[in-house]
Design a protein around this ligand. Sequence first.
Ligand SMILES: Cc1ncc(COP(=O)(O)O)c(C=O)c1O
Length: 388
Amino acid sequence: MSEHIAGFTSTGSKRPETLFGSLDPELPSRMARSSGCRVWDENGREYIDYIMGLGSVALGYGHPEVTRAAAEAIAGGVVGPLAPLLEEELGAEICRLMPSAEQVRFLKSGAEAVAAAVRLARVTTGREHILGCGYHGWLDWCQGASGVPQSTRLLYSELPFNQPEQARALIRSAGDRLAAVVFEPVIVTEPDAEWLRVIREETARCGALLVVDEIKTACRLAVGGASERYHIQPDLIVLGKALANGFPLAVVGGRRDVMAGVGRTWISSTLATEFVSLAAAKATLEVLVSRRVPEHLGRVGARLRQGLEALHREHSDLVTGVGGMAEMCFLQYGDEAVSRAVTAACAQSGLLFKRSAYNFVSLAHDDAVVDRTLEQLREALSAVAKPA
Ligand SMILES: Cc1ncc(COP(=O)(O)O)c(C=O)c1O
């Protein structure tokens, strides 16, 4: 384990137990560097990566235009005493690209930005209850983890994904206690149009806000995320991950009258306005738009997905299903032992795939990389399938 980092690493999804089932000296556990779609571990071994910083990198690691913008911002001093000019410029660009955002505020992590949206919903409605759908980060308001006060847990309940009738019943029963429905727009499958219609109509009907958590989907399914792709009209939107291609930046944005709630509560953080991440996000958005990155992700992702489906047919005892979408897809395995064996065999053949979670392509993944990946994966599956 680790001598100095409690729980091995500060990001839960990067623990060896999560990635591979256990810490194994034969498998990568710490990385040294990354570039494009490649990662090198502490022993210098190279991998093609589909974890892509847990979806926070859509242009590829170390993208030159983002790196250049960040380097200039570093040379400019990183942070200062006044609101940076860049904050206003990037805010304007985000409002232009995300039609539901009339105003925005910047924060550092996705969890912080969703918590800010929840705070704004409570301030706007004067109500406390939240219905959530999906993962929204580690903070108290949405977590059942130990250490969260019972009184806080009582203010949150789950809304099932893609179940219109249950959504209607839950929203109506929360009634005038409901401050907001906060939802991930894609959970393994695409959202059902009827479910989207019901949650929009029912929240409006009972005076609650609709908050779309686009931390994984923005800048990936479309520049404007799932909202653009599925014509969602939320009151608040939350962005993060791919927005700054791996630099720490998240956004809460939405209707001007709701965003005005910042004046009636307290949402602020010292480094929310450091300008390296703001500059990285500005450069990232430029590349996302000019290179039509979401189209690339959809096309290359579809090639990967088709290949994975063929492998699923060949090795249906090991890979029992291919889930998700072209841009965010994952493999379902026979059981825990198979899942460990296949993920380990992939890593040994130079591929980093995340088990029981989304895998992501980037602008740095091209057809040749995907075809090579599928060959390596075929070899890895054949090695696991071989009787010992
Ligand atoms: C949909 C969604 N919301 C919120 C979060 C939390 O973001 P962060 O880990 O940056 O705090 C995540 C992280 O995976 C996420 O996928």
